[in-house]
Each structure stands twice: as C-alpha cells, then as structure tokens.
Design a binder for this molecule. Structure first.
Ligand code: NAD
Length: 261
C-alpha cells in the first residue's frame, strides 16, 4: 500500500464469516475486510488454502462443506463463540464445473451438485446467520450471485446460471423480510473475474475467453480486489440504505449493447 492510499477502517470490531475464503474473490475479500479492521472467519472446504488465508489475515479457519447443514451451523456458532457477534456473512463459495454446460448435455448429477453448492449453501448460510443477526438487531448479508443471473448467454452453463438466479431472488426476498430488524441482504453480481475458477474454465479454450471479452465495455475481466472492494462497501455502514439490491460489479456488461472496438 502506498503512502497516498487512504486507509479505510470501516469494520473495526465487526465479525465477518466468509465462505470460499481460501481462493479468488473470497480470499481477496478476507484480506480487504481484515485490513478494514474486521475479525474474519475463513470457511472453506480446502483445509490448506483456508488455513493459509486465515493465518495471513489473522483470522480463524473453520473447515466446512457448505452443502452440509450441521457444518454450516458450526461455522456461524464458532464465529459467535469466538468473537461475540456475527455482523457480516459473505456467502460466496461456489463451483463452475465443466460438466455443467448446455442443457442438451448436462446430466442430472451435475445439475444437482451445482444447485447444492451454489444455491442450497446460500439458503443454509442465511438460515444459520440470521438468528445471530436478529438477536443483535443488525447485520449485513452479501450473497454471491453473478451477472449471469440477469443476462442470458448462448455459451450456457445451465445449472450455474439457474443457481445464481436463485441466489438473486432469495437475497431480494430476505432483504425485504428482515429490513426492519436492521439486517440488510444484498446479492453481489460480479462480472467475469480473474480467479482460479475462471482461469480453469478458459485455460483449455482461449477462444472461449475471447468470445466473452468482446462483451465487456472496459475490455478486461475484473481483478478479485475490485470485487472485494464492493463487498467491503456492502458490509460497512457506508451502504446503510442499500438493501435487497442486485449489486452489479461487472464493468458495464449488463448495460451494454455495442461495446467499444
Ligand atoms: N470468477 C468469476 O468470474 C465469477 C463471476 C461471477 C461470480 N462468481 C462467483 O464468485 C464466487 C467465488 O468464485 P471464485 O471465482 O472466487 O472461485 P474460486 O474457485 O477461486 O474459489 C471458490 C472457493 O470456494 C471453495 N469451495 C468450493 N466448494 C465448496 C464447498 N462445498 N464448501 C466450502 N467451500 C467450497 C473452494 O475451495 C474455493 O476456495 C462463486 O460463487 C462464483 O460462482 C465468480
């Protein structure tokens, strides 16, 4: 960080649970929220990356499979028991496996697995976080959806897209239901981000990446830190009137018809 970089300390004393914090957007967000003063609970299925992330940010690692209700409940219980609160839940873990493709070729097993990890997990995390937030009378839940929740693609990943649509609708409904209890729930909709998840998908097929890049007005994919900055805003009181939102951080993709040459 250069001397000129303003230091934001909006989350001092707040406790944040981040699922999928061992990699990509989750890892960048763990770093950002910790730098703003939050206690960070790193929840991930991958023990080695999760532990490394927790160590780096001075937080706590809890191993979790986000599709397992008891394990998810244990994450939020541990956060509360350790730090005395659950102020921020960034429900972010997700997968995008190659078996999930066109509806014509995607089998039921692949469909169900993606629904479990991307959508059922968000239901379980919100269900586990809300009792703590209701008791506190405050909280910010940020659920990672995607820009594909609001736009169609001919390059389909049918279950992924449907799962993110579900995350978007669920977040909106929860944001409305719990608004008068001091709890905000927003759906974060990132555009394509340079993370292992995306790199893995495009490494085998550069044409696939190029076909997508042409639709991004800013002409590049996002860096994870740019998404983390949006999460920090949604987590903090700076976004106190942002609720039940479809929070696009997509470099203008969803607003574009013709992009610059
Ligand atoms: N990368 C993109 O372009 C992009 C765009 C829009 C939305 N998203 C969404 O952002 C979120 C994070 O994606 P990313 O790109 O950082 O991915 P990533 O693969 O870099 O990180 C995902 C993390 O989730 C963890 N995880 C996977 N399955 C899990 C499970 N069952 N239980 C617990 N942890 C599990 C992984 O171990 C990993 O650490 C996902 O929900 C993804 O769909 C990504």
């Amino acid at each position: 960080m250069s001397d000129q970089t303003p230091v934001c300390r909006r989350l001092v004393g707040r406790t944040a649970v981040i699922t999928g914090a061992g990699s990509g957007i989750g890892l960048a967000t763990a770093r950002r929220l910790a730098s703003e003063g939050a206690h960070v609970v790193v929840a991930d299925i991958d023990e080695s990356t999760g532990k490394a992330a927790a160590e780096e940010v001075g937080g706590l690692f809890v191993k979790v499979d986000v599709t397992d209700q008891e394990q998810v409940e244990a994450v939020f219980r541990t956060a509360h028991d350790t730090y005395g609160a659950v102020d921020i839940a960034f429900n972010n873990a997700g997968i995008s496996p190659p078996e999930d493709d066109s509806i014509l070729t995607t089998g039921l097993d692949a469909w169900k697995r993606v629904q479990e990890v991307n959508l059922t997990s968000v239901y379980l995390c919100c269900k586990a976080a809300l009792p703590y937030m209701r008791a506190q009378g405050r909280g910010s839940i940020i659920n990672t959806a995607s820009f594909v929740a609001v736009m169609g693609a001919a390059t389909s990943q049918i279950s992924y897209t449907a799962s993110k649509g579900g995350v978007l609708s669920m977040s909106r409904e929860l944001g409305v239901q719990f608004a008068r209890e001091g709890i905000r729930v927003n759906a974060l909709c990132p555009g394509p981000v340079n993370t292992p998840l995306l790199k893995e998908l495009f490494a085998k097929d550069p044409e696939r990446a190029a076909r997508r890049l042409v639709h991004v007005p800013v002409g590049r994919f996002a860096e994870p830190e740019e998404i983390a900055a949006a999460v920090a805003f949604l987590a903090s009181d700076d976004s106190s009137f942002v609720n039940a939102a479809e929070f696009l951080v997509d470099g203008g993709i969803a607003g574009a018809y013709v992009t610059p040459m």
